[in-house]
Design a protein around this ligand. Structure first.
Ligand code: 13P
Length: 242
């Protein structure tokens, strides 16, 4: 399966930022990507982004509620994201787990909601720095997988994103050996064929090395996805065949 390069804009971007998606789509029209390309802007921009993505860039949400509709002020359902033009949604990002108290069970329910709406669920896991320092990274990730990935996950409906919390927005990354080791560990605990994305300070300067690693099925990119030129460099770093 080809790699997936996904951008997570987090809470960044108003209408002016659509020019970045437009510029990316133009570049990918001139020279198509060798991988799948996904941008997850704020939910408010998904529908407008769909008018400039030129079928070169898939669009996704950054979170969804587990229910279809109801009295959940401020929440957005997977069906609403789909209606706006999304084909995927990130669930269980560490920022959701940390700032919104999302448990593995909540994340699993959101992943099922994504499937119900016909979206691909990108389920995030990853250890904190203290957990890695105390030698618990493997156990933490295994337990997050067991709790967050529902039965029925397939390569068509799910990708896993391994995002060590201490690597997010810090400029720090695990070594290539550590990434390869963890991806092999994750692979051993999920259904066959699921893409395993690496996320955490992926930049134009390190993308080639990270994307060349065994069992790395793509990248989930935060800060470096906000500028089309940086994100395009990462997209161009994907493996040509895998
Ligand atoms: P950065 O690429 O900014 O470290 O963010 C990673 C991330 O959290 C993507 O979901």
């Amino acid at each position: 399966m080809s790699q997936l390069i996904a951008g997570n804009w987090k809470m960044n971007g108003v209408a002016a930022a659509l020019s970045e998606i437009d510029a990316l789509a133009v570049s990918l029209t001139d020279r198509p990507a060798a991988c799948d390309v996904l941008v997850c802007p704020p939910a408010t921009l998904i529908e407008r982004a769909s008018h400039v993505s030129r079928n070169r860039i898939a669009l996704g949400g950054q979170d969804c509620h587990a229910e279809i509709s109801g009295a959940f002020t401020g929440d957005v359902s997977a069906e609403m994201l789909r209606d706006a033009g999304a084909t995927a949604v990130i669930v269980g990002h560490s920022e959701r787990r940390q700032y919104h108290g999302e448990t593995d069970a909540v994340v699993a329910a959101k992943a099922k909601a994504a499937w119900r709406a016909g979206l691909t669920a990108i389920i995030c896991i990853g250890e904190t720095e203290a957990e890695r320092d105390s030698g618990k990274a493997n156990d933490i990730c295994k337990s997050q997988l067991a709790g967050s990935v529902p039965d029925g996950a397939t390569s068509a409906n799910t990708a896993i994103a391994y995002e060590p919390v201490w690597a997010i927005g810090t400029g720090k990354t695990p070594t290539s050996e550590e990434i390869a080791q963890m991806h092999a560990h994750i692979k051993a605990h999920i259904p066959a064929g699921l893409r395993i994305l690496y996320g955490g300070s992926v930049k134009p300067a390190n993308a080639v090395e990270i994307l060349a690693l065994a069992d790395v099925g793509g990248a989930l990119v935060g800060g470096a996805s906000l500028k089309a030129s940086d994100f395009l460099t990462i997209v161009r770093a994907c493996r040509k065949s895998s």
